[in-house]
Write a protein of this length. Sequence first.
Length: 54
Amino acid sequence: MKVLSLKELEYRIDAVRTRMIVVGKLKGLGHPDTIKSSQELDVLLNEYQKIKAK
């Protein structure tokens, strides 16, 4: 994953969170697509926290 700026990370976090919510409502919380979005969101949030901690 390339290094993103804080603003880019915030934008991606919002987009992935929104997608996860929509997919979760349509397909269910245990659906593989929802879980995949959740895992992607986790990675982005971890990266965001690393940058903020510096």
